[in-house]
Ligand binder design. Structure first.
Ligand code: GDP
Length: 328
């Protein structure tokens, strides 16, 4: 894209034009090299306008109530004057199937608001790639004036760790009495989560939810190394205690700011981000330059015909040789 057109797109995003924002996110999600270069230039141009939003990650198993909670919390934030963007990280999703997060039909009321912007996960790719593109989308929505960015992910696998690496405050949702308490602890979520929320604390499930929260609280006190995460119950369905959840988010973020840890956290996140993007680029380079050889080498290593070290050396030598040819 010509420089003037990029500048024009950046200006329209800064003016808060939704169509321009949607188009720019499509650009950052593209894997075509020309689009990647445009996306990088666009993000660079908008960088001074980024970083002001409250960045919240929300994770939890399918069915725990993430979309119900984000819908209800988002609406109440919009009512109090915030502009809320919801992005999703779900490497397993595609646009036609799978657990499509952030789908408009799942957050119908919030999606209808002019003060909200909901974007499903980029279609399937490596976790590193999806996470990198979500980070760029986060900067774009910030530049467009959104004051709260919610990054949603399914709490299975590694994607929750990637999300914890891109937000200020990381919220883990749990179900009462589903054995989730212990699961979460096993997965090391306690180290990642800033706030642990037991959802569906309503109706008949209320006593079980309170019990689960009490058990979690004693567990995190033992397990957490530094500041233990806050533990609370909410009901996304009735809206009960969602205000308390938001206050906990604001309190956590204020704590980070006061101690200078917000700056530090975001700086190190940026370095991780750069490294992720380099790794992603290297993987794409590898696939492009030595994809076939890699398949052959993988088979040979699997069959025991070739030592892993010899296979790796030959692939790396091949990349280095191609590179040297190109440099001349
Ligand atoms: P997600 O897969 O984590 O996004 O979960 P959903 O938000 O789609 O919720 C899964 C199911 O749980 C739906 O049937 C919701 O209506 C229900 N649900 C969500 N939050 C609550 C809650 O606070 N209380 C009760 N009783 N049900 C809830």
């Amino acid at each position: 894209m010509a420089a003037e057109r990029l500048t024009e797109l950046a200006r329209r995003i800064a003016d808060g034009e939704r169509a321009a924002l949607a188009r720019a996110i499509t650009l950052v999600e593209s894997r075509r090299p020309a689009h990647r270069a445009d996306a990088a230039a666009l993000v660079q141009e908008l960088l001074p306008r980024t970083g002001r939003a409250v960045r919240v990650g929300i994770t939890g198993a399918p069915g725990v109530g993430k979309s119900t909670l984000i819908d209800a919390l988002g609406q109440s934030l919009v009512t109090s004057g915030e502009r809320v963007a919801v992005l999703a990280v779900d490497p397993s999703s595609t646009r036609t199937g799978g657990a499509i997060l952030g789908d408009k039909t799942r957050m119908g009321t919030l999606a209808a608001s002019q003060q909200a912007f909901i974007r499903p996960s980029p279609s399937a790719g490596s976790l590193g790639g999806v996470a990198a593109r979500t980070r760029e989308a986060m900067l774009l929505v910030e530049a467009a004036g959104f004051t709260v960015v919610v990054v949603e992910t399914v709490g299975v696998g590694q994607s929750e760790l990637a999300v914890a690496d891109m937000v200020d405050t990381f919220v883990a949702l749990m179900l009462p009495g589903a054995g989730d308490e212990l699961q979460g602890i096993k997965k090391g979520l306690v180290e990642q989560a800033d706030i642990i929320v037991v959802n569906k604390a309503d109706g008949d499930a209320l006593p079980a939810a309170r019990r689960a929260a009490a058990e979690l609280l004693s567990a995190v006190k033992i397990l957490a190394s530094e500041v233990p995460p806050e533990v609370m119950t909410v009901s996304a369905r009735t809206g009960e205690r969602l205000d308390a959840l938001w206050q906990a988010v604001v309190r956590h973020r204020a704590g980070l700011e006061e101690t200078g840890r917000l700056c530090e956290r975001r700086r190190s996140q940026n370095v991780v981000w750069m490294r992720d993007m380099i790794a992603d680029g290297l993987n794409a380079f590898l696939a492009e330059r030595a994809g076939g050889a890699l398949v052959v080498a993988t088979e040979a290593v699997r069959d025991g015909r070739l030592a892993p070290s010899a296979a790796a050396a030959s692939i790396l030598a091949r990349l280095a040789k191609d590179d040297a040819v190109e440099a001349h």
